[in-house]
Each structure stands twice: as structure tokens, then as C-alpha cells.
Ligand binder design. Structure first.
Ligand code: SF4
Length: 254
């Protein structure tokens, strides 16, 4: 059922926002990235591949990729068609193959084959935007960085933590709420909550631990109610025409 659920029009008070985040922290105490990686290089490539793709799909793809191209040097010298073949199931595979090869070349040419722990240097690599840089900085280097993906954007809005129209505005709002030492974990609290409960089409407010605090509960209920009423109306309108369609058939057969 497609339901259009508006975001709250006002941010919640800071004290309430902190209580909401504390509930999420308790709900997801061991939140870590779902991407498989064993070095900053493999994490960087996995994060680039994860755009518009599930982490599970990326995790199925990267073992083959890193078996063939285990280092930045190997990937920098890779044949693009072969990389495309390996990562094809990740979507946007031509662009991603081009980007990961170019990113590997950037690592080799500018950073001796190492992933830099510096935002500007990361964002200068092909295929690396602010979100990818934030994930690499926070996950690989334990930096106080907060990445905003589609789940983080949606859940932050539904909880009334932000009115930001862009990922950067959402990032700035949440960064003001979360202590620096918890920032990299907050990203995972919001992602896991968005994946498990506060889902995009219809959030499961009935089983959500933040529901007693969340300003979206009434908005969700109203949107779901309006959608169900719309479905009923459509069905009711369809019934008479179905009967009307049946009558001539009876007439014709008599
Ligand atoms: S109460 Fe509903 S809208 Fe609010 S965070 Fe929970 S699932 Fe999302």
C-alpha cells in the first residue's frame, strides 16, 4: 500500500530529541556497518558500490572483486569491462566500475595506495561524495562524522530532529544534538531503525520503542487511515459497475 506520510513541520524540543536518541541508542547498542570490509580500502570501495544498492548485495559482490583486485594498485590497473562483469548486480555498474578504478588510481597516484583520513582528500576521489567520506571517516578511522543516507534522512525527519531539505542540513542538525564521541554510532542507530521499523512505505509505529515520544505517530495514523478510506471508496465505486457488467450478460444469454 503506497501511503504518503508528511514529515512533521516543527522540530521537537532539544530535550525531547535527546530522549528519542537515547531510546535508539538503547535499542541498537552494538550498531555497526552491515558492509563487509577488512581495510579502509575495501570499505571505501564497498561504500561506493552501495549507492542505490543493498549492503547484502554489495557483500555478495565484493569477495569476487577483491579476489581479482585485492589492492588499490591492482584495481587501478584493472580492465573496466572485467570490473563491470564482476559488479554487474550492484546496479549502475558501468559508472561504479569507472569510479572505483579511478578512485583506486587516485589512491595510488596521490596517497601511496593508502586511503586518506582527511575529508577534502577523500572527497577529491572519483565517486566519493560527502556521505561516502563520512562513512569512511567514521567507520574506518573512528572520526566524529555523521553520514546521511536515505534512511537517516527519513528517520531524522520523522523524529522531528530536523527540517533540513538536504542531507547536509540534516547532518548539521543532528551533529548539534549528538555528542562527538557518539556521532559515528548515531548514524547506525538511525539506519538500523529505518531498515527494521521506521520503514519508508509504512513505518511500524505499533512496535516502535520511540513511539511514545515521536511526533510522526499521529501523522502516520492519519495518512494510513486516509489511504485505507480511499481504497474502500474505490472498491465501493467498482462494485456497482461490476454488477452492471453482469446484467447485460444475463440478458444476452436469455
Ligand atoms: S513512531 Fe513510527 S514514525 Fe516515529 S520513529 Fe517510530 S516507526 Fe518511525
Amino acid at each position: 500500500m503506497a501511503v504518503s506520510i508528511p514529515f512533521p513541520k516543527k522540530k521537537v524540543a532539544r530535550a525531547l530529541a535527546l530522549r528519542e536518541l537515547a531510546v535508539l541508542e538503547a535499542a541498537y547498542p552494538n550498531a555497526v556497518t552491515a558492509l563487509d570490509y577488512d581495510s579502509p580500502f575495501t570499505l571505501l570501495i564497498a561504500v561506493i558500490l552501495s549507492a542505490q544498492c543493498t549492503d547484502a548485495r554489495v557483500n555478495l559482490t565484493t569477495p569476487g572483486l577483491f579476489a581479482a583486485y585485492p589492492t588499490p594498485q591492482a584495481l587501478a590497473a584493472a580492465d573496466q569491462a572485467d570490473v563491470e562483469r564482476i559488479i554487474k548486480s550492484c546496479g549502475f555498474f558501468r559508472m561504479k566500475a569507472k569510479n572505483i578504478i579511478a578512485a583506486a588510481r587516485g589512491l595510488v597516484e596521490r596517497h601511496d595506495g593508502n586511503v586518506p583520513d582527511d575529508r577534502d582528500a577523500l572527497e577529491a576521489l572519483p565517486g566519493v561524495g560527502r556521505k561516502t567520506a563520512n562513512v569512511v571517516l567514521s567507520v574506518a578511522f573512528d572520526e566524529a562524522a555523521f553520514a546521511v543516507d536515505t534512511h537517516v534522512f527519513r528517520v531524522s525527519h520523522r523524529l522531528g530532529l530536523t527540517l533540513g531539505k538536504t542531507p547536509r542540513q540534516v547532518e548539521d542538525d543532528v551533529v548539534k544534538l549528538v555528542p562527538a564521541d557518539k556521532l559515528r554510532h548515531a548514524h547506525h542507530w538511525l539506519i538500523l531503525h529505518g531498515r527494521a521499523i521506521c520503514k519508508a512505505p509504512v513505518p511500524h509505529c505499533g512496535v516502535c520503542p520511540v513511539a511514545p515520544l515521536c511526533p510522526s505517530v499521529k501523522l502516520v495514523a492519519a495518512a494510513v487511515g486516509a489511504s485505507a478510506a480511499g481504497v474502500k471508496k474505490t472498491a465501493a465505486r467498482a462494485r456497482p459497475s461490476a454488477r452492471a457488467g453482469a446484467t447485460p450478460r444475463r440478458g444476452r444469454s436469455s
